[in-house]
Design a protein around this ligand. Structure first.
Ligand code: ZN
Length: 208
C-alpha cells in the first residue's frame, strides 16, 4: 500500500446504483477523492469504522492502479498495471446532510479506513476484465456483484477525465464506482472481496 498516491473515486457510475439512491445518472464523470489515511488493507484483520455517526454503508468497487505517467492518447491497457477489489465506505446519513447543504462529501467518504483494498493482482486488460464479475460477500451471503461492462463511464473515459482535471500519475488509484446492493455494515460483519471465484481479501468490521 506504500506505493499508493492519490485516491480518486467515481460516483454514480452504475445506473442501477444511481437509481437505488434516487440520484440522476450524471452526464460526465463525477469524481471525488479520499485522503491516504483512508487506506486499509483487507488481509483478514479487524477494520475499525465509525460507530457513532449513523450507518456506514459498504460500496464494493473495482479499483485500478496507474502504473506509469499519463500521456495523452495512452490506452488504459498500457496505463493500468494492477487492480484490486475495494470498498468505498460511506457514512450515509452524514452524506445526505452534506448533500442538502451542497457541501463536499469529504466527511462522509474520507474517514480513516474508508478505503479498504484487497491485495492487488496484475491488470488483465479491459476485455478480460469484462469476463469476470467482482463481488462482495457479507457473512457468507453475496450482497453485491458487478462487472465493468456495466459502467456508465468506462475505464478509458475515467482515466482521461481524471488526468485532464486532477492530474494522473504512477501510484494513483481509482475506485471506479459501485453497482447496486449497497447497505449498512454491522459490528462483527465478515466481508470477503471476490474476483470471480477468487477471494482477494477479507476482514471483520469493528464499529466503535
Ligand atoms: Zn463509491
Amino acid at each position: 500500500m506504500n506505493s499508493i498516491r492519490n485516491i480518486y473515486c467515481v460516483g454514480r457510475n452504475y445506473a442501477l446504483h444511481a437509481k437505488e439512491l434516487n440520484n440522476e445518472v450524471p452526464a460526465s464523470p463525477f469524481l471525488f477523492a479520499k485522503p491516504t489515511h483512508a487506506l486499509v488493507e483487507a488481509n483478514g484483520q479487524e477494520v475499525v469504522l465509525p460507530g457513532d455517526r449513523g450507518p456506514v454503508h459498504f460500496e464494493a468497487e473495482l479499483v485500478i492502479r496507474i502504473g506509469k505517467p499519463y500521456e495523452k492518447g495512452i490506452k488504459v491497457d498500457d496505463l493500468i498495471d494492477s487492480m484490486a477489489i475495494g470498498i468505498d465506505f460511506t457514512l450515509r446519513d452524514v452524506q445526505s446532510e452534506l448533500k442538502k447543504k451542497a457541501y463536499p462529501w469529504l466527511l462522509a467518504k474520507g474517514f480513516p479506513n474508508s478505503a479498504a483494498l484487497s491485495k492487488f493482482i496484475a491488470f488483465p486488460g479491459v476485455e478480460e476484465c469484462k469476463k469476470v464479475n467482482f463481488a462482495l460477500v457479507k457473512n457468507g451471503e453475496q450482497v453485491q456483484s458487478g462487472n465493468i461492462k456495466d459502467l456508465i463511464f468506462d475505464l478509458q473515459t475515467i482515466v482521461d477525465f481524471s488526468a485532464v482535471h486532477l492530474g494522473l500519475g504512477e501510484g494513483d488509484v481509482i475506485f471506479t464506482g459501485t453497482p447496486e446492493g449497497v447497505g449498512p455494515v454491522s459490528d462483527g460483519d465478515h466481508m470477503s472481496l471476490y474476483w470471480g471465484e477468487q477471494v482477494l481479501g477479507d476482514f471483520t468490521s469493528k464499529l466503535s
